[in-house]
Design a protein around this ligand. Sequence first.
Ligand SMILES: Cc1cc2nc3c(=O)[nH]c(=O)nc-3n(C[C@H](O)[C@H](O)[C@H](O)COP(=O)(O)OP(=O)(O)OC[C@H]3O[C@@H](n4cnc5c(N)ncnc54)[C@H](O)[C@@H]3O)c2cc1C
Length: 560
Amino acid sequence: MRGYGASLALGCGLEYNGQPLTQELNLRTVPPVEKTDYDYIIIGSGIAGLNTALLAQEHGSVLILTKGRIEDCNTLYAQGGIAAALGPGDSAVLHMQDTLTAGAGLCDPEAVSVLTREGPQRVANLIQWGVPFDTIHGQIALGREGAHSMPRILHAGGDATGQHIETTLAQRVAQSSITVLEFSLATKILVEEGRAYGVEARDTASSRTLKFTGRYIIVATGGGGRLYRFTTNPEVATGDGVALAFNAGAAVMDLEFYQFHPTAFSMEGSPSFLLSEAMRGEGAVLRDNQGRAFMSDYHPLADLAPRDVVSRAIAAEMESSGGGPVRLDISHLPADTVQARFPTIYSFCMEHGVDITKEPAPVAPAAHYMMGGIKTDVWGRTSLGGLYGCGEVACAAVHGANRLASNSLLDTLVFAQRVVASTLGDAPEPATPGPSPDGPAYVAATLTQRQLVCASAPALSLESLQDLMWRNVGINRNGQRLLLSARILQLWQRTMPKPEDLPSFELANMVLLARLMVEAALLRQESRGSHFREDFPQPSEQWEKHVVLTKISTSQEDAT
Ligand SMILES: Cc1cc2nc3c(=O)[nH]c(=O)nc-3n(C[C@H](O)[C@H](O)[C@H](O)COP(=O)(O)OP(=O)(O)OC[C@H]3O[C@@H](n4cnc5c(N)ncnc54)[C@H](O)[C@@H]3O)c2cc1C
């Protein structure tokens, strides 16, 4: 399993009805080479891929390609829950307002309206499919998280929401006619006459190259947290989908916006395991090393301030105290309440010698969520015919410059349904190429091939890339360090050997994604949402627009 490491796998206990998940599902892992043509080819087996597959199977044959085991994905680790306006006094309008505020001027209002209006129905589908959301007195229990004006977060197993969703969906897939090929790394989107028509993949066990054709190619490959030294994401989160789509000619958008979660467990030798925002929703307080609660120095909402504010506040506190972590204290709650509400977090911290019912946990920010991605419209269509994007890898500008907590799982559900609807002809034609009329404008740019001067660079490795990104393209950025990073990344791109196995394909994808992120971050000369530039610390009206990047052909480049 390609998770976070042994301790998390133990803490999570990947089981379903008491059985190890994969054993229970009994999925096919050997490619059925006799069938290579499908109606739908879906890359990825997180919530976006599985949900899209379950909806699509009613309309045609479906193949899921996934590079690890079916459960190797970000979804499995989601803790806090899914946001949906279901509670008394709540409404799609209030949810929309909160989402727009968090997005700092860069959400597409149409996309957010779709998300918040259609969300409750999609969550109801999950309940019908058997996801056991927690209840209180027979009603769905709704938690509260930072920057939500109402309690609206559904959760399952306390803090094991993602695990329950992933196992429920994976089990339904296993009982269906959907073909799942595990250990099948998608390496190329096949394109002919401006339309995607297939996927090249590599069976990572045998190194065989596989080729599949399909009417609809859906990229659902999740985020790219592994670009950073500290991340809440598991090993499979290497941003492959952005690289695949960009190389195929699709536009990508908003890649300068990467969300850093403020509170990941921070201890030498331990993974950056997430300590959910729901803990602060239940009254947990951030303290410095002297035990002083510091968040009210930074924002009127104190511990429930937006994630970027809390992450920067923690980074500042860490710097002023010599670099060590700060503390997250939930000991005000009775021990049995903490254990029941946060069983996974409680167990993980206990395994690492911290009893959170009695003492605060050491925490620091970590890379968490990719707001940008493959540019899609509100029907999941990309700028390339036949190619669709869904889930964390896609960007319909629902999250703008900063995602509101627990809106990501909802995003995958709502837009999976729309992707399938659009393949059935339900979406208006043609796909709208530009921004929606009342949304922010676009600035279009291409990735230059012109050689930047790079005097010296460290040797390329996963670790050197992660260090570069953490230091230069992290919570605090500036033009000088971004430019240096662009030079190093370009040099690495030019000198990198042709990928030939899983780690080298992933590394090549990560270097390309890093490059796209740096180019977008360099362009955006302001601070907004999760993108903070020390040399441009304020937001600028002039930058109330999306950065859209596309590939430049060699002939175009020669002409510039
Ligand atoms: C620790 C943690 C906690 C979170 N908590 C919450 C929360 O409480 N609420 C919320 O809304 N969101 C939360 N999120 C975010 C949310 O979980 C993710 O955004 C969401 O699960 C993404 O789903 P996805 O299906 O798009 O991607 P994923 O679940 O990451 O699935 C991507 C899939 O694509 C596969 N893949 C990738 N590249 C390739 C390739 N080249 N070839 C074949 N397969 C490939 C992967 O193996 C994987 O199966 C959390 C994230 C983390 C990491």
